[in-house]
Design a protein around this ligand. Structure first.
Ligand code: IPD
Ligand code: CA
Ligand code: CA
Length: 261
């Protein structure tokens, strides 16, 4: 069977229904780290998606946050975040997503980012554009950083990092129109594709946070790179996304040396 956008959307919607059965109820939450939470909703959503993928595509690799974290650089594979925005979910904040990407030799080919709480569903297919239902997505055309609304996020294990993104936050807050930290990287990228944000950057994200959303941005006419302007954004733990002119501006500011905290 060949992966299709409709198939990926069906999978995301079924996983989204699982999440919505838990959303707003008192959840048993475990800690993977001091700030990094996981709930039964994450696990049930992932078990459903992984089981369905194994049955439909037995030869394909699977990289999924709660059970199958690994690096896959060749062949067909699926990269799955069963619940992106777990902290929002646990607090009853309706900004979370199911994020699924099909990749071939490390390059995303098909993707879906679904917010089951709002019903907003974003899809992309390499070479065929990014869509929200019948609406074709386009990144914003703003080229001036001073007029740009940007999104970012912060890693859970901040204290272990030499660059915890707070210095970039400070700089960008002075140079841009404004910053947002909404807590679900897959939706941040989807919203760059949909023209709600002018750009996005974040460090320490995992492949399941970015695989689907990055394809949305590039198919919406944007540029996606790692923090050095290279192509190591999937497994390289840094991502910068915007239209091409603004993207160069973001790299200029983000590339300036960090002052020791
Ligand atoms: C997190 C979210 C958040 C980002 C974190 C991610 P999770 O994913 O995408 O926006 O800042 O770094 O780990 O844990 O909710 O799936
Ligand atoms: Ca995530
Ligand atoms: Ca997750």
């Amino acid at each position: 069977m060949r992966p299709t956008v409709d198939g990926v959307v069906g999978l995301a919607r079924a996983a989204g229904e699982i999440l919505m059965r838990h959303f707003g109820r008192l959840l048993t939450v475990e800690k993977k780290g001091a700030r990094d939470l996981v709930s039964a909703a994450d696990r049930e959503s992932e078990a459903y998606i992984v089981d369905a993928l194994r049955r439909s595509f037995p030869g394909h690799g699977i990289v999924a946050e709660e059970s199958a974290a690994q690096v896959i650089s060749s062949g067909p594979a699926w990269i799955v975040d069963p619940l992106d925005g777990t902290t929002n979910f646990v607090y009853g904040i309706p900004q979370f997503a199911v994020s699924i990407a099909f990749v071939q030799d490390g390059l995303p080919q098909l993707s879906c980012v679904l917010n089951p709480a709002s019903g907003e569903c974003y899809t992309a297919e390499r070479g065929a554009g990014a869509w929200s239902g019948q609406e074709r997505l386009r990144v914003r055309t703003e080229e001036r950083l001073s007029e740009a609304l940007l999104a970012t996020g912060f890693a859970y294990r901040l204290e272990e990092l030499e660059d915890d993104n707070t210095e970039h936050w400070r700089r960008m807050s002075r140079e841009s129109r404004g910053l947002r930290r909404f807590g679900a990287a897959a939706l941040d990228l989807a919203w760059v594709a949909a023209g709600r944000f002018d750009g996005f950057w974040e460090w320490q994200l995992a492949p399941w946070d970015v695989a689907a959303g990055a394809l949305l941005v590039s198919e919406a006419g944007g540029v996606v790179t790692d923090r050095r302007g290279g192509q190591e954004w999937l497994f390289g733990r840094s991502i910068v996304a915007a239209n091409s002119t603004l993207h160069a501006e973001l790299l200029r500011v983000l590339g300036q040396p960090i002052r020791p905290v």
